[in-house]
Write a protein that binds this ligand. Structure first.
Ligand SMILES: O=c1ccn([C@H]2C[C@H](O)[C@@H](CO)O2)c(=O)[nH]1
Length: 134
């Protein structure tokens, strides 16, 4: 997908993120999260957070999303939504911005509580695959 998605596309992403959030496993924090993204071939991928009794091993929703991306054929993430337990827009944590950078790069568009932002704005001067290629 090379053009900006319509409001209907964003709404479909919000719905997918909320559906994923409803399946979150977050018994320790009580803070379920869902994430959904469009892929450049039109697929939608999603994920939910999965916590662990060893708290530090908990997986963010974005971990599941990038795993599903790769397991279903790879591709580039173009548009991304993350929601909290109320279904409201949530910013991805710092680690997850880095995860998203690997598969979306600086042009990935995120819906945030402050509006639409590129990943370049959310993770300035990012370290990424290009650095390893030098
Ligand atoms: O971008 C984020 C930020 C937080 N969480 C999860 C991790 C933990 O399970 C819960 C509370 O931090 O929210 C995510 O899934 N994604």
């Amino acid at each position: 997908m090379t053009t900006a998605p319509s409001e209907a596309d964003w709404e479909a992403l919000r719905v997918a993120a909320r559906e994923a959030m409803a399946r979150a496993y977050a018994p320790y924090s009580g803070f379920p999260v869902g994430a959904a993204a469009l892929v450049d071939d039109g697929r939608t991928v999603s994920g939910c957070n999965v916590e662990n009794a060893s708290y530090g091993l908990s997986l963010c929703a974005e971990c599941g999303l990038v795993s599903q991306l790769q397991a279903t054929g790879g591709g580039r993430l173009t548009h991304f939504v993350c929601v909290d337990g109320r279904g409201e827009s949530l910013v991805p944590c710092g680690r997850c911005r880095q995860l998203l950078y690997e598969f979306g790069g600086p042009e990935l568009v995120l819906e945030t509580p402050a509006g639409f932002r590129t990943l370049a704005e959310m993770l300035p001067q990012a370290f990424g695959p290009d650095h390893l290629a030098k």
